[in-house]
Design a binder for this molecule. Structure first.
Ligand code: GCB
Length: 648
């Protein structure tokens, strides 16, 4: 028995590095003279399956006809989480739900082009049919997927799209969860549980598009950039993949014409390349991409126009994307952008709001960026999953640096199957986000149980895999185990740690924050000799609750907790290797029900309705003070409220 046990234990440590399928295509859908884009967003029809019979719809082929012919449907907005839309308990549904809608495809689309169906994201697993024919299956929330549907559509006619979405999280999904059957008052019921601290919202979370491409088209564009030492000359390296029959004809030498335009639409560089379908553009003088408050013109973007030409110069396809020219570098002490050391001042966040849950909402996104800029933040981490493509574009435009996190949160039980999915989530994420100048770091996990022996090789494999896909950005993970137990840090470039002094440990003890934070950061640095970030700290705070002296949950307490951390951060900044502070959280957000959560997690600096708590005003003063001290930014006029004329 003991030998069997040991064998099983050792087997769990031997993780094999298996190939992960490579994502293809998936350029963000954009119109051009060769492409059209149509949105399928709107009100869809919706059915929830019987929890005890989640595969019934597949067996009974609900996709073969309109959903309403199989079950009564209700209206459901897309994009949105479905959980908070109805007045019954759809919120806690576990398992599959179904969506369908009809849409028209114009006759003109039948001519010599290809049609693609693209989902910005569906959480967690999606199965898609067009006119009853299976099109695509995709596993993993928060990431896009697409499929060609050219031969499945009826042109000049009505079509039907059906989607089955499964929100079940188990030990081999990313993130992990558990499904159990437990007794209730009426018999047995299925319960989804998970240890991560945000609500498992589900549904068609981001936009659904149909778009056209020519028969032979630009399938991929990959861009990297460089700057001369004195930052006066910029280089843009581009590489293009082409898909389509013309690409395979031996006598057809395709060419890429690349044109780079500045913000005013003036052509600043161009090049034509053949065979390799890639090349280099030089910009002199260049305007580098800088983070917000690090430069008077942050987030400077050029437009890269990629034209695919046939031998006879015939224009086959055009795709345009925004490009920011910048360099990143790091060592054991610092993280630098364009050669200048960065001090991150930002947030952990969530895609979360009232009613729409995790559904894409442009009004919310713009409000959030306005608040980020108002408060003087220069960065956030996409805790704990990839955020919308639209928000990544917005971050590029506004100079907000992103630590881009994959959906691995609270990972435990490190199995071979999980490793494959975890790597796949990073592969899909990097494929999607590699061209964004705002993305400055990859986070390969949040609070994994890195104290366990198997975490060691697991995270080495995940980190090396991430590096093999992108060498231009450093890798981090937000770690919560103690520095003495951790086994993942050696595989990272930058160490991020989450800690809740005076909250989860020594609750209420404001006098036990500053020294603990200093000591812990020093210990992490000593252990790994790498730059250190405090990636989470904070305290739940009920808006409007005031108590003097400060008491847990009050606005005074959150303000004091922040202030005690600021003191520690300033001590640590003097050491040279402490490179950032991230408050948990930007805004209040919904969680699973628990007696520690009053309507959700209330550690937001802003309420869920995006209004500031008292601590937001303090944080704003700190972030701008850091901006002025480190990056010579100016103060907004309303930063300090007039109190008295102290000179006279
Ligand atoms: C953490 C987690 C985050 C939680 C937070 C909290 O360490 O990373 O997801 O929401 O603590 O407030 O408990």
């Amino acid at each position: 028995m003991r030998i069997m046990g040991l064998w099983r234990f050792l087997k769990s440590l031997i993780l094999v590095n298996k190939e992960v399928p490579q994502t293809r295509g998936m350029l963000y859908p954009r119109e051009s003279e060769t492409r059209e884009v149509r949105s399928l967003d709107g009100i869809w029809n919706f059915v929830r399956s019987d929890q005890a019979n989640p595969t019934q719809g597949v067996r009974d082929e609900w996709y073969a006809k309109e959903l309403s012919k199989s079950r009564p449907t209700i209206p459901m907005p897309v994009p949105a989480s479905y959980n908070d839309i109805t007045t019954d308990n759809l919120r806690d549904h576990v398992g599959t739900v179904w969506y369908d809608r009809k849409f028209f495809v114009p006759r003109s689309w039948s001519k010599d082009q290809r049609i693609w169906l693209r989902f910005g994201s569906v959480h967690y697993e999606a199965y898609v049919w067009i006119n009853g024919q299976k099109v695509v299956k995709h596993e993993m929330g928060h990431l896009p997927f697409e499929a060609e549907v050219t031969d499945l559509l009826s042109y000049g006619a009505e079509n039907r799209i059906t989607v089955m979405c499964d929100n079940a999280l188990i030990q081999t999904t990313v993130p992990q969860g558990r499904i159990t059957e437990v007794p209730n008052d009426g018999g047995m019921t299925i319960v989804q549980s998970y240890t991560f601290d945000f609500f498992n919202y589900a549904g068609i979370h981001r936009s659904v598009h149909l778009y056209t491409t020519p028969r032979t088209f630009i399938e991929e564009v990959e861009v990297t950039t460089n700057l001369s030492k004195d930052a006066t000359v910029g280089e843009v390296f581009y590489s293009v993949s082409v898909n389509g029959s013309a690409a395979n004809e031996a006598d057809n030498v395709l060419q890429i014409q690349a044109n780079l335009y500045d913000k005013d639409g003036i052509l600043v560089a161009n090049a034509t390349s053949d065979q390799k379908l890639g090349g280099k553009l030089q910009v002199n003088p260049v305007k580098p991409w800088w983070p917000y408050l690090m430069h008077s013109e942050p987030g400077y973007l050029y437009q890269l126009e990629i034209k695919l030409l046939a031998t006879n110069d015939e224009l086959l396809d055009v795709y345009r994307l925004k490009v920011g020219i910048r360099t990143l570098s790091w060592n054991s002490q610092q993280f630098l952008i364009n050669g200048k050391p960065v001090y991150f001042r930002g947030f952990g966040r969530h895609e979360d709001s009232d009613i729409r849950g995790k559904g894409l909402d442009n009004a919310l996104m713009v409000r959030d960026f306005n608040l980020l800029k108002w408060i003087g933040a220069n960065a956030y981490r996409t805790s704990h999953y990839p955020y919308s493509e639209e928000s990544m574009q917005f971050a590029d435009e506004h100079g907000i640096m992103i630590i881009d996190e994959c959906p691995s949160v609270d990972t435990e039980n490190f199995s071979q199957e999980l490793l494959g999915k975890h790597k796949s989530s990073l592969e899909q994420l990097i494929h999607r986000d590699r061209n964004h100048p705002s993305v400055v770091m990859w986070s390969i996990a949040n609070e994994p149980r890195t104290g366990s022996v198997s975490a060691d090789s697991y995270f080495e494999l995940v980190a090396n895999f991430t590096r093999s896909l992108d060498k231009t950005r450093p890798i981090t993970a937000a770690i919560a185990v103690s520095n003495t137990q951790d086994k993942a840090g050696r595989s990272l470039d930058i160490i991020s740690f989450n800690r809740y002094n005076a909250w989860y440990s020594n609750a209420g003890r404001l006098d036990m924050i500053t020294q603990n934070v200093i000591d812990e950061a020093i210990a992490w640095n000593k252990r790994y000799n790498k730059p250190i970030i405090m990636s989470e700290y904070g305290a739940d705070t009920l808006e409007g609750l005031h108590m003097q002296p400060a008491y847990v949950w009050s606005e005074e307490f959150q303000t004091e907790v922040f202030s005690r951390h600021f003191k520690a951060f300033d001590e640590l900044r003097k050491k040279g290797w402490f490179i950032g502070e991230f408050v948990w959280n930007f805004a209040d957000f919904k969680t699973a029900q628990s007696y520690t959560r009053v309507g959700g997690n209330k550690k937001g600096v802003f309420t869920r309705a995006r209004q500031p708590k008292a601590a937001a005003h303090l944080l704003r003063k700190r972030y701008f003070a850091l901006g002025r001290d480190l990056d010579q930014c100016s103060f907004p006029e309303d930063l300090f409220t007039y109190i008295a004329d102290l000179i006279s």
